[in-house]
Design a protein around this ligand. Structure first.
Ligand code: FPP
Length: 238
C-alpha cells in the first residue's frame, strides 16, 4: 500500500556548528541560520499538510556545552518565542514543549507557558519543541510516576501496559512519529524520543541543518513513501 504524507515527522536539526565552521563564522551564527531554517520549514510543513512535527532543539546533553554557547541558544530561543509567537498563531500553529523545564530560565518557562496557552486551539500544525529533553530521562520519570501509583494502591503491576505507560510520557497526546529525519550525515538517535521512534522510518540527510530546505523535506517524504512499513509482520508481497 502506498503511503501518503506522514502524520508526524520528527527532526534532529544537526550541523549548525559545522555549517558555521565551513564558513569561518562563529558557531552562534550557525544557530541563527538554523533558527531561520526552522522558520522556513514550518511554512513548508503547513503547505505540504503535515499535521505534527517535533524538533530536537536542545538535548539534556547540550547543557554540557560551553556556557557561552548555551547562552547563545537560549537567547535565540527567547527571541524566537517573543518574535515568532504572533506569526505562529496566525498560521494556525499549536506549540507544545517537551523536556525538563526545571533547568530552563524562569522567564523562558513563562514564555513557553504563554505560547502553549495562546496556541492551544490551533489545528493546522502541531509543533513540538524538545527542549532540555532526554529520552532515557523521560522514560525513567514515567517509571517513577507508575511506581508511585502502584505504591499508593491505585494501580496493580499487571495493569501496566504499553498504553498505560505512554500516558506518563511527555508525548501522551501526540501520535508516534512516522518518519525521523536527521541532518548533517550522522546516523544516531542521540537519546531522542527513544520510546516513540520504535517503528518510525529513518532518513539521514548529508546537508547541515541551516541548508535543509522544503525540497529536502519533500525528498525525505518521497524516500519514506517508498519504504515498506510492516511493524514486524510479513511483507504483503512476500
Ligand atoms: C545542532 O547543531 C543544533 C543544536 C544543538 C541547537 C539547535 C538549535 C537551533 C536549530 C536553533 C533554533 C533554535 C531554537 C531553540 C528556536 P550542532 O551545534 O550540534 O552542530 P555541530 O554538530 O555541527 O557542531
Amino acid at each position: 500500500m502506498k503511503k501518503g504524507i506522514p502524520n508526524h515527522i520528527a527532526v534532529i536539526m544537526d550541523g549548525n556548528g559545522r555549517w558555521a565552521k565551513a564558513r569561518h563564522l562563529p558557531r552562534a551564527f550557525g544557530h541563527r541560520k538554523g533558527a531561520e531554517a526552522l522558520r522556513e520549514l514550518l511554512k513548508s510543513a503547513i503547505e505540504i499538510g503535515i499535521p505534527y512535527m517535533t524538533f530536537y532543539s536542545f538535548s539534556s546533553e547540550n547543557w554540557n556545552r560551553p556556557q557561552s554557547e548555551i547562552n547563545d541558544i537560549m537567547g535565540l530561543l527567547r527571541r524566537y518565542l517573543q518574535s515568532e509567537l504572533a506569526t505562529f498563531h496566525k498560521a494556525g500553529i499549536r506549540l507544545k514543549v517537551i523536556g525538563d523545564r526545571s533547568r530552563l530560565a524562569d522567564d523562558i518557562v513563562l514564555l513557553i507557558e504563554d505560547a502553549e496557552r495562546q496556541t492551544l486551539n490551533n489545528d493546522k500544525l502541531t509543533v513540538v519543541m524538545a527542549l532540555s529533553y532526554g529520552g532515557r530521562q523521560e522514560i525513567v520519570e514515567a517509571a517513577q510516576r507508575i511506581a508511585n501509583q502502584v505504591k499508593s494502591g491505585s494501580l496493580n503491576p499487571d495493569q501496566i501496559t504499553e498504553n498505560v505507560f505512554e500516558q506518563e510520557l511527555y508525548t501522551r497526546d501526540i501520535p508516534d512519529p512516522d518518519l525521523l529525519i536527521r541532518t548533517s550525515g550522522e546516523m544516531r538517535i542521540s537519546n531522542f524520543l527513544l520510546w516513540q521512534l520504535a517503528y518510525s522510518e529513518m532518513v539521514f540527510v548529508e546537508k547541515n541543518w541551516p541548508d535543509f530546505s522544503k525540497n529536502d523535506l519533500l525528498t525525505a517524504i518521497g524516500e519514506y513513501q517508498k519504504r515498506d512499513r510492516r511493524y514486524g509482520s510479513a511483507a504483503e508481497t512476500a
